[in-house]
Design a binder for this molecule. Structure first.
Ligand SMILES: CC(C)(COP(=O)(O)OP(=O)(O)OC[C@H]1O[C@@H](n2cnc3c(N)ncnc32)[C@H](O)[C@@H]1OP(=O)(O)O)[C@@H](O)C(=O)NCCC(=O)NCCS
Length: 227
């Protein structure tokens, strides 16, 4: 499994993250991955202004993963392709939200998503002391819901309406009327250290590496808290 380097994105990373998110969620390239919403929605997932808002949100962070072994990058961290990302947002002192989860379609299915999710959980625990991480998944994406359940997430039974108005603002089009979100959540305080990295594994810092050991192998490179 590739060693990944994780860091918190800055405004300078928006141009690197945007094509990754678009290619993973929708359109022809997304069909190279094992799960996509191309059959449910056409058009863009987010514009660069929306992405910039997430990156600069004082209550959130966009985590990005690069691969130090990537031969195309000449091993300069800032120029390495971003191969995966996610966002985390502190909703309350106890609850954080996980979203915008994307792995480059050509790299999916090799364990990268698992590492990103574990790192996000670790980040929330270490940075905010988050007790519960929640997410929303389009209800018909059962293969994806199953994937989250295998990572310890529970389907709460709560559903939320799909923000069709947000789609319209982006000129994106729903391909079905039956779009709604299923709410999933995980109690991070009950999770085992192996799954989340556990307290003290160093993800509170915005930069770290994770390899075969999962999030627990994160190495702090900067101890400056972000928020
Ligand atoms: C969801 C996503 C981030 C997962 O990343 P990933 O790197 O592929 O994840 P991993 O390699 O860690 O895990 C691959 C899993 O897919 C499973 N898988 C592979 N092919 C599959 C298929 N055809 N059907 C169902 N599951 C499949 C594997 O069994 C493995 O699950 P397991 O570890 O529980 O056995 C990635 O697929 C993605 O970017 N999808 C598009 C964007 C998206 O839908 N984001 C989430 C929105 S809520």
């Amino acid at each position: 499994m590739a060693t990944l380097h994780f860091r918190v994105a800055t405004a300078d990373d928006v141009a690197l993250i945007h094509p990754l998110v678009e290619s993973a969620y929708r359109g022809e390239e997304s069909k190279l991955g094992w799960t996509t919403e191309a059959h449910l929605i056409s058009g863009v997932r987010i514009d660069t202004a929306g992405l910039l808002a997430k990156v600069t949100d004082p209550d959130g962070a966009v985590l990005i993963a690069t691969c130090p072994d990537d031969s195309t990058s000449q091993n300069i961290p800032e120029t390495r392709p971003v191969i995966a990302c996610c966002e985390v947002v502190r909703r309350t002192p106890q609850v954080a939200y996980f979203g915008m989860f994307a792995v480059s379609p050509r790299r999916q299915g090799s364990g990268i998503g698992r590492q990103v999710l574990a790192s996000a959980e670790d980040y929330c625990l270490q940075t905010w002391g988050t007790e519960k991480l929640e997410m929303t998944v389009i209800s018909s994406r059962q293969e994806l819901i199953g994937w989250y359940q295998r990572r310890g997430y529970e389907v709460t039974g709560e559903t939320r309406p799909f923000p069709f108005e947000e789609l319209a603002k982006l000129n994106s089009v729903p391909l079905t009327d039956d779009l709604r979100f299923e709410v999933l959540e995980k109690d991070l305080t009950a999770a085992s250290a192996g799954e989340t990295g556990g307290k003290g594994s160093g993800i509170s810092t915005p930069i770290g590496e994770v390899g075969k050991g999962g999030a627990a192998a994160l190495v702090a490179a900067d101890s400056t808290p972000r928020v």
